[in-house]
Design a protein around this ligand. Structure first.
Ligand code: SAH
Length: 456
């Protein structure tokens, strides 16, 4: 490993000044950066051109002088003319660290890319070698950290004394702080309740997050889902959730598959409810991962009822539901002006004749039907819909494995589906029915997930 040529540190600037020499856009950028601190920011330029108003910085429209460096913690030179040259000499004489904007050779220090959740600061530096890489890493870290993290860091600081008096054992204290910093949007009252629960003799409060994993591709997870997966002690997942998503959890998190594949129930819903309540009561942070969106055909209603009854905290994190993945995968606008004024998510599995009559009327009025859990009975459902009066020419589209690398598409009419003229490939499927389906690009739409290589 190569040696570092710079040393990262956090320099105290409170009560001091940050000096910026120059009055153009480069100076303005540095002024914005410096204005994030509590230092006094002084911009010196004989003729400032940029608009520094609103930043709360002091603009001195004059030449730079030795006294400007008196209390300066650092100086940015963003003037490549005579004033800049003078400022560099003065800075060196006063021993103030110098950054000459865009001239790395003349810099005493570089400014890293910063992820800021004050007082928490994360600095990423490539020693000026690869700023693009540093920015990319910064974007990834940004995405990982909740916007409210800074507030939580301050909360942790303000509770330090109480924690010391209430929790004696080091490991228990660590568990409290872990629970505190990983509870999104916690406020002071919540933090105090958490502390009471962790106080000697107490047990940390558990929580169950019902998280939508989307249809398959990992990058369709929300940022929040990704973050909570990292925080969970236990991940309880359905069979439809792809391994790659389950793998995104913390390496040492316990993983429990409750594998509810059709026709093979390894856990009953009642057993899953009991499991979630037990884990929550043990103080565990549980990620209950479901395919698509948890609130759509996900039995979330029963799990939430069980958690509420047991007084276990819970929260919902939405995901991309299969019907919407199918719409994206085929560029089908499921609502379309003057064609389709709405969309219905329905389950074909176990549908009564009355339901079908109802849907037939809706589809006849242009509403798009998105049928879940219907592949094995698709032909039957199609013929019953025709019997209830939908035209046999009504456009139908089926997406198997929507949002996954192995997706397959079928477009046709209700008649063709009723005749069982379509041979499906394996996997979960959404059936879209309605006039808006004809507006989709079933031939050439860009796939939602990168497709597998075709071997000729
Ligand atoms: N909560 C899930 C639905 C779970 S019910 C969601 O919001 O998507 C299971 C049904 O969802 C399957 O029978 C199938 O109809 C549909 N489904 C789930 N994943 C799918 C996928 N990747 N492609 C197509 N349909 C899918």
């Amino acid at each position: 490993m190569g040696a570092l040529n710079t040393f990262p540190l956090s320099l105290k600037v409170r009560g001091r000044s940050i000096l910026i020499i120059g009055g153009g856009d480069e100076a303005l950028n540095k002024a914005r950066l410096a204005a994030k601190t509590s230092a006094e920011v002084v911009v010196v330029s004989p003729e400032p051109e940029a608009d520094f108003s609103g930043l709360g910085v002091h603009v001195a429209a004059r030449m730079v002088g030795a006294c400007d460096f008196f209390n300066a913690a650092m100086v940015f030179v963003a003037d490549h003319g005579v004033e800049g040259e003078r400022a560099k000499k003065l800075a060196r004489r006063a021993g103030v660290p110098l950054n000459v904007v865009d001239v790395p050779d003349q810099c005493d220090f570089y400014t890293p890319s910063i992820v800021e959740r004050a007082p928490l600061t994360i600095a990423i530096s490539s020693e000026g070698e690869a700023p693009v890489l540093a920015r990319l890493v910064r974007a990834r870290i940004e995405a990982m950290l909740s916007p409210g993290l800074g507030k939580i860091a301050s909360l942790a600081g303000s509770l330090r004394k109480s924690v010391e008096s209430l929790i004696q054992d080091g490991a228990s204290r660590r568990r409290f702080y872990e629970a505190l910093v990983t509870t999104p949007e916690i406020d002071r009252t919540g933090a105090e309740a958490l502390l009471a629960a962790h106080a000697d003799g107490g047990k940390g409060a558990g929580i169950v997050w019902l998280i939508g994993a989307g249809p398959g591709a990992e990058d369709l997870l929300t940022l929040r889902a990704q973050r909570l997966l990292q925080e969970a002690d236990v991940i309880v997942h359905d069979q439809l959730v792809p391994t790659a998503v389950v793998e995104m959890g913390r390496r040492d998190a316990e993983r429990i598959s409750v594998g509810k594949a059709k026709g093979h129930h390894s856990f009953s819903q009642a057993q899953i409810n009991t499991l979630l309540v037990r884990l929550g009561a043990e103080g565990k942070r549980v990620a209950r991962l479901k395919s698509g969106d948890p609130m759509v055909f996900g039995r979330a209603g029963e799990e939430i009822a069980a958690l509420r009854k047991a007084g276990i905290g819970y929260a919902i994190v939405p995901g991309v539901s299969a019907a919407l993945a199918a719409a994206a995968d085929t560029a089908t606008p499921v609502t379309l002006r003057k064609v389709s004024s709405g969309v219905v998510f329905a389950t074909a599995h176990g549908a009564e004749d009355g339901d079908l009559a109802h849907w037939a009327a809706l589809a006849g009025a242009g509403i798009t039907l998105a049928l879940y859990m219907g592949k094995s009975i698709a032909g039957d459902v199609a013929s019953r819909l025709v019997a209830h009066g939908i035209a046999g020419t009504m456009p139908v589209g089926i997406v198997v494995n929507a949002g996954r690398a192995d997706r397959s598409l079928y477009a046709g009419t209700l008649d063709a589906l009723a005749r069982d003229a379509i041979a499906f490939s394996d996997g979960p499927a959404v059936i879209l029915i309605g006039p808006a389906v004809a507006a989709g690009d079933w031939e050439q739409a860009v796939a939602l997930a990168p497709q597998n290589m075709q071997v000729a």
